[in-house]
Design a protein around this ligand. Structure first.
Ligand SMILES: C[S@@+](CC[C@H](N)C(=O)[O-])C[C@H]1O[C@@H](n2cnc3c(N)ncnc32)[C@H](O)[C@@H]1O
Length: 458
């Protein structure tokens, strides 16, 4: 080999140098385009310059940082397996340990113990404190490369961890949920789609495969899928890929999750690609983050309480609603300007109240303080919504990504040619009467204005 590791590390002057010298010594290439310092299927790496790993608070903070990455691998999208080991290295010391030892920390399934929205490099102080007090952290051996024997022991342990690829059982498995299954489905379909699809869609096989005890290896490379109602299908599948896939993910045994996945997977249509890439669509990742914030603010499973209602009045093709649990939809009003978009939303959200509605022009008289005098018969919005708006006992979630355009560019926003009739909205007229100046030309400001009028007192 190339002499002592410490001789390569000791003159490093930055974290980047430590990383690159370590990689050179062990003959691997650092991939820079990832969130982590380095990832392999066996080891998640975190490099530091000279932060002392002997100091317990520092050690706990760095471990906590790595747990953010592990959590993301476990519950997030993406297909990378959770590496069985974590390795933390600075210019003269290292830690290497089993990822699973910290399972209770990064699992935090109810998200109520730690703040997982922080940047990993500034981990939640409660997590750092708990990690610091955890006996495993206290007793964790710090390899000091200045001592030859220690360096040798580290290299031995590290090499074992690196070569562990065949021991798939060491992986902590990734969790499939209603929120992350789309990417997992894509991955699954890539591997097995062409082997299963015939008269039944790949999605049906996927659901059967994901649900615990609904599929099994029949013999050799054949897998039997229980598609329900007494329908079982046997398909030849590349069995090594299949075993690998199920060593990385856990099967789902919660029927509620299966139900949610089933409902959502039905929404996948030819528009699927557009949904993730289209210019005017709200990216799914933002939608997901937004609903997490809603849950955090008003409590988990808010839709189970009868006093909440939800309205997205600029819904477009409904990406903001796409990630909501299916059971929420009964409490949801979804409306948008274009008839085509409304039709599309009706199809994919059958249990929500979906309707075409111009929020900046329709039912403006209802904003009048004397609105009690308006007959529901004369309003364009659904009667149910009108009544809910009048109900003082209801609380509202307004979840929108409003059009961001000034009135005279509205055509670009909606994908239609600009029309003069659209650029002057009734809401804009009201705002101008109230002398709101230039801002009344902004569509998003017009939305906020009406929302304020409509919900201000609620
Ligand atoms: C930024 S996009 C939001 C996209 C939507 N969240 C989605 O995922 O497709 C704004 C949406 O507001 C709609 N819109 C524009 N003016 C509107 C109006 N006056 N009333 C209702 N919707 C409107 C547009 O058609 C567009 O679909």
């Amino acid at each position: 080999m190339k002499g002592r590791l410490i001789d390569h590390l000791k003159d490093c002057e930055t974290e980047e140098e430590v990383k690159s010298e370590f990689a050179k010594y062990f003959n691997f290439k650092i991939k820079t385009k990832q969130r982590y310092d380095h990832y392999s299927k066996q080891i998640l790496y975190e490099f530091k310059y000279d932060q002392s790993l002997v100091s317990r608070p520092i050690r706990a903070k760095i471990i906590a940082q790595t747990l953010y990455y592990i959590r993301e691998l476990k519950f997030g999208g993406g297909t990378k397996p959770i590496p069985p080991s974590i390795c933390i290295v600075n210019k003269k010391e290292a830690l290497i340990f089993e990822t699973k030892k910290y399972k209770d920390f990064y699992n935090d399934t109810r998200r109520n113990k730690y703040d997982w929205d922080r940047a990993p490099s500034v981990p939640c102080p409660n997590l750092v404190k708990d990690v610091m007090e955890y006996p495993f952290t206290i007793n964790l051996h710090v390899y000091n490369f200045e001592l030859e024997e220690e360096e040798k022991n580290f290299i031995k342990k590290y090499s074992e961890a690196r070569e562990a690829q065949s021991r798939l059982l060491d992986y902590d498995r990734k969790i499939i949920t209603e929120d992350n299954f789309l990417e997992i489905y894509d991955y699954w379909k890539n591997l097995f789609g062409k082997y299963v699809e015939n008269s039944r869609k790949a999605t049906e096989y996927f659901i059967a495969d994901v649900e615990k005890d609904k599929s099994s290896i029949f013999k050799g490379n054949e897998v039997v899928f229980d598609l329900g109602e007494g329908n079982a299908k046997i398909k030849p599948i590349p069995i090594d890929d299949y075993n690998y896939f199920w060593s990385v993910y856990d099967k789902v045994d919660d029927l509620k999750v299966i139900y949610g996945i089933r409902q959502k997977i039905d929404r996948i249509s030819e528009d699927y690609e557009r949904r993730f890439t289209g210019e005017f669509y709200t990216p799914i990742a933002f939608a997901r983050k937004g609903s997490e914030y809603i849950e955090r603010t008003i409590g988990a499973e808010w839709w189970k309480k009868n006093d909440w209602r939800f309205w997205d009045m600029a819904a477009g093709t409904g990406n903001l609603e796409f990630t909501l649990p299916t059971s929420t939809l009964e409490k949801c009003y979804i409306s948008t300007l274009l008839e085509d978009d409304a039709k599309y939303c009706k199809r994919i959200f059958p249990s929500a109240t979906v309707f075409q509605y111009d929020y900046l022009n329709d039912d403006i008289p209802t904003l009048d303080p004397a609105q009690d005098s308006i007959e529901p018969i004369n309003v364009k919005m659904p009667k149910k919504l009108y009544e809910d708006l009048l109900n003082p006992n209801l609380k509202w979630i307004i979840f929108i990504n409003p059009p961001f355009a000034t009135s005279n560019t509205v055509g670009m926003e909606t994908g239609k040619t600009s029309k003069d009739t659209v650029s002057m909205t009734k809401i804009r007229e009201l705002m101008e009467k109230e002398k709101m100046g230039e801002t009344s030309r902004e569509l998003f400001a017009q939305f906020i204005y009406r929302i304020h009028k409509e919900f201000g007192g609620k």
